[in-house]
Structures are given as structure tokens and as C-alpha cells.
Design a protein around this ligand. Structure first.
Ligand SMILES: [Zn+2]
Length: 296
């Protein structure tokens, strides 16, 4: 099933330029007078006063203290090379307050900029947490414009990882089951979710996670749509499934609470006519799954 809308954090316009990521071609992109570079500090992109992303020229980074591996090449945007770099000292390039938490700004950035900022954040986070070769422990270095890391000792190549997560709307008749994690604001409810384990299908992960978290057996797992989620780098795979029972046995280590809500209740919350629960933000796939369900 497909939807005619842009999923937040997806739908970017970048050409990843997979065959032009090294040597002279990459050098040409760095020195292109139109080249652009996003700047991050601790996973936070720098923003302009108008709320859009800050772009500098890669040459502005010369002499700055940058986080490994330095500027990474994100791709071509309408033939304009786009890079991203993480600075060690924010005040080097932009006022400290211009670096803003991605979750806080995700609902305000336009969708094209959000997709770009998300890809950059995931790649920069991956480089920062994968500096050492997982095979031999040596310090590795970025290669192919940051599309991979290479170990100088054992020659192993390491590629950015994406972690698959299932996120499910559990349906019983005209009701949906939503849950609240520990530390979430009172009343905030969202779809249950969990990481896919090695050896599992999307369907098996959905069935296992649902039973573990709320003690409910589900069937008829149906894929709806997916979302790249840059905190730090998940692929959220949105599904619906049908509950065989409604009795909730809560795993209190995982969830603070879980409840059934009728479609009319969810519709009223989305129409801002009810505060029976607080809906997940629009930039989340949980929001999009619920919006999809109340229209069905
Ligand atoms: Zn190695």
C-alpha cells in the first residue's frame, strides 16, 4: 500500500553521486564555488535566524577543529555539491545558540531540508561512534567522501549502518492500542515499536515485540510505509496487525502504560477536538500511521 505524501526525513532531492565520491571528482566538488556545507555540533545542525539550515562553503572549514572524518559529501542537489561537517567548537563558525536539537526543529524545517539534515546527522553520528575498526581495533579513516570507513591496518571496509525497527498499529475492530514509554510526558501516547532481531522477518518481529510489551498475540501483519529516523539511524517500518485478544499484560520495564482507543477518539484528537491523549508529532511515522488508519 502506498501513500501520496512525503514522509518526514525522506523524500529529499539529493543525488548521492555514488560513482563520483573520490579522487579528482570529489576534489572538484569541494572547490566548486557553489558548494554548500551544513555544520553540526553534537548532532545539532546550525540554523539561520529565519529557521532554515545554515550553509557555508567548504573552504570556510579550513583551519577549523573538525570531528573525524572532516567534511563528508552528502551528494548533489541540482548539481550543487552538498557537504556536512561537525565542529568541535561551535563558536568557530556560528553562534552557539544557532545549533539546535533536531527533534525540536524537525516539525519546523521544510521537508526537503529535513531530509538533508537527517541524512547528514545519521552519517556524522555513525562516523563519530565507529572511529575504530570493529575487526582489529585500529583507528580507521573516512573514505569515498564519508560513504564508508577504511581500516589502514587490516584493510577492512566499514559501511554506515541502518538499524531496522518495526512500529505497529495494533488493531482490534475499530480500536487501536497505543502506549507510553517511561519518561514521556503524561498523556503522550504512540505506536509500539521494537528493533528487529537477527534472523527475524518484519512479521516475526512485530508478533514478538507486541507479545513482549503488552502480552497480546497479533496476526495479519501488513506493511504500510517506512521512515528513516536519524536518532541515530533507524529504518522505521510501519505496519498494522490484528489483535487476537484485547487483555493487556504490560511489560513495566518497557512501558509506563498502554490503552485501547476507538477510531472516533483518535479522530477527535487529530481534529484537536479532544485531549483524551496527546498525539505523536507530525514528523513521526507514528503520527502518519495513525492519520493513515483514521482515513481507512
Ligand atoms: Zn582493522
Amino acid at each position: 500500500m502506498t501513500e501520496m505524501f512525503t514522509m518526514p526525513f525522506a523524500g529529499g532531492t539529493l543525488d548521492h553521486a555514488e560513482t563520483k565520491r573520490s579522487g579528482e571528482e570529489l576534489q572538484k566538488f569541494v572547490t566548486d564555488p557553489n558548494a554548500q556545507c551544513l555544520v553540526y555540533f553534537k548532532g545539532m545542525p546550525a540554523l539561520e535566524e529565519d529557521g532554515g539550515l545554515t550553509f557555508i562553503h567548504p573552504s570556510d572549514l579550513i583551519g577549523r577543529d573538525l570531528q573525524d572524518p572532516g567534511p563528508i559529501f552528502l551528494g548533489l542537489n541540482d548539481n550543487i555539491p552538498v557537504f556536512a561537517a561537525a565542529v568541535a567548537h561551535p563558536e568557530d563558525l556560528a553562534p552557539a545558540e544557532s545549533f539546535q536539537n533536531m527533534r525540536a526543529i524537525a516539525g519546523r524545517l521544510d521537508l526537503i531540508e529535513l531530509a538533508l539534515a537527517g541524512r547528514a546527522k545519521s552519517l556524522l553520528d555513525w562516523h563519530y561512534t565507529h572511529r575504530f575498526c570493529a575487526n582489529c581495533g585500529s583507528l580507521s579513516h573516512g573514505a569515498d567522501g564519508g560513504q564508508k570507513r577504511q581500516c589502514p591496518e587490516c584493510d577492512t571496509e566499514h559501511f554506515p549502518r541502518v538499524n531496522p525497527v518495526v512500529i505497529m498499529l495494533i488493531i482490534s475492530g475499530d480500536k487501536v492500542l497505543l502506549g507510553r514509554g517511561h519518561g514521556w510526558p503524561e498523556g503522550f501516547m504512540s505506536a509500539l515499536a521494537g528493533f528487529v532481531s537477527p534472523g527475524e522477518t518484519i512479521e516475526e518481529a512485530t508478533i514478538r515485540e507486541t507479545f513482549e510489551e503488552v502480552g497480546i498475540k497479533v496476526k495479519n501483519v501488513e506493511y504500510i510505509f517506512s521512515q528513516p529516523w536519524p536518532f541515530p539511524s533507524q529504518l522505521m517500518m510501519g505496519v498494522t496487525c490484528i489483535a487476537e485478544t484485547e487483555n493487556i499484560v504490560l511489560d513495566k520495564a518497557e512501558l509506563e502504560e498502554a490503552k485501547w482507543f476507538s477510531k472516533d477518539e483518535v479522530k477527535a484528537v487529530f481534529a484537536k477536538e479532544s485531549d483524551v491523549f496527546m498525539r505523536p508529532p507530525r514528523f513521526t511515522i507514528a503520527h502518519q500511521l495513525l492519520r493513515h488508519w483514521i482515513k481507512s
